[in-house]
Design a protein around this ligand. Structure first.
Ligand SMILES: Nc1ncnc2c1ncn2[C@@H]1O[C@H](COP(=O)(O)OP(=O)(O)OP(=O)(O)O)[C@@H](O)[C@H]1O
Ligand SMILES: [Mg+2]
Length: 706
């Protein structure tokens, strides 16, 4: 994706440039002329001859030289016309700042469509409308509403849906010695989409860490695919806001009530290695950790502290975030003993006690021993009160870290846990300006370290994960499945009946109950004898969706006489509940045994098929013990789905009770995911229950909507 004309344009036209202080045209002219941008700047203003001392043009078409980028500051209603001029001039890119488009209602939406038409007609890539603009800090390009000129040399890039909040985060970051490469506020995303910006930043040599603050992500599936390619090379951090409002769609199946849009986002993040964080502050602090320091090789943390209590709290919080604080090996302990006061602990946390007259040496030696200890992956000095206040201590921490990281080339990250009053923020900056990140209080330090560890985990897992689970090639099966679905839609139904669903599943190599739909008691009896008692009887009718609610299911039928009674009862129940129901017959099924789980799917509007796995039976909605992944899933993703549920231990086996055949279950999940990819017309699916026992996984009920 080449978007260089946005980020390194040779020339920029400011349409609506102005000399009038306080106007937008003034702010933009001020920003672009102050930040040190070296390309040509063309102010466009029909009423002026000069703006900011530069020759002004009445129309962009009056400029004889080529123009790469236009920044459009005029009000919404005139934008399509001006964009037409830009198109005729042959512009490659435009940033449309004005609001008053899709965000204000129908009329605005129509205007936005018009804008998009023009963009497409002339092939102008358009950022916005209703956006804050963009920054390329490293060439001093500020075409945004934000004041000030950014510092150069940054490696963090930010895509922010909220311009103002993004800028607040940005300025917070500046206070913490962080520097940025590119900042983009994509606004309404009429043309330029999130995945395109992500893809650009993914291959941008000046960007090492990508941050995204988003309420919604446009073209979710494309975004997901692009992210998967980038995260093995550079971290992508996302904070998805608007998490709690998402209302759940009216549910027909169990799965639909369990899987909303947020779950699809989450699955996309998890499967593509995106680090999802809770807030803007988390995002920026994590970016600091990843930008300043190398990734850890493992999760073992070594702590040095002058406060035992703080060390204990940090240990708790770290272990709760998935890291560990192991006791140091004998060798490290004995070398530390020769340095530390007799009553100090060399175990981990290394407690240097309150002997502040020797802090400089104690911190430096303890940190050195952690760098040298092969059983430690992350170093966390706690600088609290006195150790934070003493400049010489802070400087010796800095020098020790620099010595090991830069001169000895030890690639071990250091995160400082900082606890002090504001008065000593200058000392904190001694560390941060040297690339050693500080996090205030154990809480924030542990939270950020937890995110880092999660990302390191992901990287390790993808290294040895296999490609998408491959079915034994069975094109015939796919064709037959297609013809079953065709027949359903020809009959004007969107509800695929249980026997049809099961046929389709078995064509995909998924084990379902042995069964036959019967239309008489005699046929049912001979079928039951063929299958072998006990059996299950179920109504088959396009009008009956929840069969047992209608008295349409009888299980554990032991012999011919029980079968006769059950058969009659089911027909009677259904006829009295829904007299007009068309009855296709009664399904006589093998009675499956094992633990009940469910496999389901919904089609997410942004991300495509989203799978749900959980404990099955009637409690699934009440307990919500489920996990999510986007289809298709790899073998290891199917495995993660099973392992993530709270009741995993019930499946795995506990206290001598044998577990179920997890491999067969994983296989079924992976096969279902392929079915979903092959048939995008499947809107919802609900396999509930699937029985799993020591030997196999058997689908006992299936329902599908197309
Ligand atoms: N073949 C079978 N072997 C064993 N038990 C079965 C079988 N079929 C159904 N059951 C049991 O009967 C219950 C109800 O059956 P089924 O799921 O087919 O009906 P349903 O009304 O469609 O259910 P729901 O609407 O709750 O999904 C199942 O949850 C399961 O416990
Ligand atoms: Mg069911």
């Amino acid at each position: 994706m080449n978007l260089d004309f946005f980020f390194t344009p040779k020339s920029v036209a400011i349409i609506g440039a102005s000399n009038r202080k306080g106007s937008m045209g003034y702010v933009f002219m001020n920003n672009i002329t102050q930040a040190g941008y070296k390309g040509e700047i063309y102010p466009i203003n029909p009423k002026e001859d000069e703006v900011f001392g530069l020759k002004a043009y009445k129309n962009i078409k009056d400029i004889s030289a080529d123009v790469d980028l236009a920044v459009v500051l005029i009000p919404a209603k005139s934008v399509p016309e001006v964009m037409t001029d830009c198109g005729e001039k042959g512009l490659k890119g435009a940033v449309v700042i004005a609001g008053g488009f899709a965000e204000v209602g129908d009329e605005g939406a129509r205007l936005q469509e018009k804008l998009q038409e023009v963009s497409e007609r002339y092939g102008i890539r358009t950022l916005g409308p209703n956006c804050f603009g963009l920054y390329n800090c490293n060439i001093g390009l500020n075409v945004s509403l934000a004041l000030g000129s950014p510092e150069r040399g940054g490696r963090i890039s930010l895509i922010t849906q909220s311009g103002a909040y993004g800028m607040a985060i940005y300025t917070f970051a500046l206070d913490h010695s962080m520097k940025f490469a590119k900042i983009i506020a994509p606004g309404n995303k009429s043309d330029l989409q999130d995945y395109e910006l992500l893809s650009y930043l993914g291959s941008d040599k000046e960007t090492n860490v990508i941050c995204i603050l988003a309420e919604t992500i446009s073209k979710g599936r494309e975004f997901f695919e692009v992210a998967k390619e980038i995260t093995p090379k550079k971290p992508v951090i996302v904070v998805k806001t608007g998490r709690t409002e998402g209302s759940r769609r009216a549910a027909i199946s169990h799965t639909a009530s369990l899987a909303g849009n947020l779950e699809a986002y989450r699955a996309a993040f998890v499967q593509s290695g995106i680090i999802e964080v809770r807030s803007g502050l988390d995002m920026i602090e994590l970016a600091k950790a990843l930008d300043f320091q190398p990734l850890p090789k493992g999760k073992r943390v070594g702590i040095v502290t002058n406060s035992g209590g703080t060390g204990v709290e940090l240990t708790d919080l770290l272990e709760e975030s998935g890291l560990s604080v192991p006791e140091l090996p004998e060798e490290s302990q004995s070398s530390l003993k020769s340095v530390l006061p007799a009553y100090a602990s060399p175990k981990n946390p290394i407690d240097v006690t309150t002997l502040w007259s020797q802090f400089t040496e104690l911190y430096s030696k303890s940190i050195a021993s952690l760098f040298e200890c092969p059983e430690i992956d992350i170093i966390m000095p706690i600088l609290l009160q006195r150790s934070a206040m003493m400049k010489e201590v802070v400087e010796s921490v800095r020098d020790t870290v620099i010595h090991y990281q830069r001169e000895m080339k030890v690639k071990k990250p250091v995160y400082v846990c900082w606890v002090s009053t504001r008065e000593y923020l200058n000392n904190m900056e001694i560390l941060q300006s040297a690339g050693i990140p500080c996090f205030e209080w154990p809480e924030r330090t542990a939270r950020i370290a937890g995110y880092v560890a999660g990302y390191a985990d992901y990287l390790q897992k993808i290294d040895n994960s296999e490609a998408i689970y491959a079915l034994p090639q069975n094109e015939l099966g796919k064709e037959k499945a297609a013809s079953i679905l065709n027949k359903v839609s020809k009959e004007g139904r969107n509800y695929v009946l249980e026997p049809e669903v099961k046929q389709i599943l078995s064509l995909y190599g998924i084990r379902v109950t042995k069964e036959r739909v019967c239309s008489s008691i005699d046929e049912a009896i001979s079928t039951a004898n063929e299958i072998g008692y006990p059996v299950v009887l179920k109504i088959v009718s396009p009008e009956v969706i929840h069969k047992s609610d209608f008295g349409g299911v009888e299980i554990g039928i032991k012999d011919d006489s029980e079968l006769k009674e059950a058969y009659t009862r089911i027909l009677k129940n259904v006829q009295s509940n829904t007299p007009d129901a068309k009855i296709n017959g009664i399904s006589v099924q093998e009675m499956a045994k094992g633990k009940e789980v469910m496999i389901g799917s919904v089609k997410d509007q942004d991300f495509g098929p989203l799978m749900v796995f959980g404990m099955g039976g009637i409690f699934v909605e009440a307990v919500r013990d489920v996990s999510y992944r986007l289809a298709p899933v790899t073998e290891s993703e199917a495995e993660q789905m099973i392992e993530e549920i709270r009741n995993y231990s019930l499946l795995k086996g506990y206290r001598g009770e044998r577990g179920v055949n997890l491999e067969k279950l994983r296989d079924s999940i992976a096969r279902v995911s392929l079915l979903l990819v092959d048939f995008p017309e499947i809107n919802e699916m609900d396999l509930n229950p699937v029985f799993v026992n020591e030997n196999e996984a058997i689908v006992a009920d299936g329902r599908m909507f197309i």
